[in-house]
Design a protein around this ligand. Sequence first.
Ligand SMILES: [Fe+2]
Ligand SMILES: [Fe+2]
Length: 245
Amino acid sequence: METRVDEIAERIYRLSTFLPKLGPSGFTFNQFLVDADEPLLFHCGQRALFPAVSVAAARIMDLRRLRWVTFSHIEADECGALDEWLDAAPDATVTHGAIGCAIWLNDQAPRPPRALGNDEVLDLGGRRVRRLDTPHVPHCWDAGLLYEEVTGTLFTSDLFTHVGDPPALSGGDIVGPAMAAERQFGFTAVTPTTGTTVRRLAALRPRTLAVMHGSSFSGDAPAVLESLAGFYDHLLQKSAAPHGG
Ligand SMILES: [Fe+2]
Ligand SMILES: [Fe+2]
């Protein structure tokens, strides 16, 4: 197992591990390292991935420099290796939204977490990340996303999930492959607020989408997010219509 490293925006690194035997055409698990005065890791990966991912991260920086570890929601690929990362980075603090701290981290984290409010900004020194509460988007009550304001990078977690081992960064169509994966796996908790939540992300006018499974995207990200919001609205309408629409 090997983790590849790509810089997808200035000083924002994608750590990607491809598991070829997962599903019909393999699947990537991507973590993101934001290099700043106070470096931040978004997503830990599963414990089984930690040896490969941490070796890759150490090619970018001494892991003891890490100051923040955070993730979208509580699942093994998002935060399974949290303890391992906090061991490797003794000065790092885990941070998450208020709900996530209340239902998980206050009890399970090896060190006290820092709870971030909705829209609260962490100034990392050279990079600024904004926490966005997005309950149940893509899934889980504690879900939230992160927006790096200096580079205009939105960390989308499982939104735009697609299969295979596509390029690290794409300007092509990621919505079509994401719709196909959604139809195949049904991983998003589609509710009446899903489309609204995704449109709130589009309003940030991001330039880069850092995607957890598949290619990251550079280009007209607001249009891509609008398109995804429309897809979820359509799914909801279809499921609510008599006989499934
Ligand atoms: Fe997830
Ligand atoms: Fe995920």
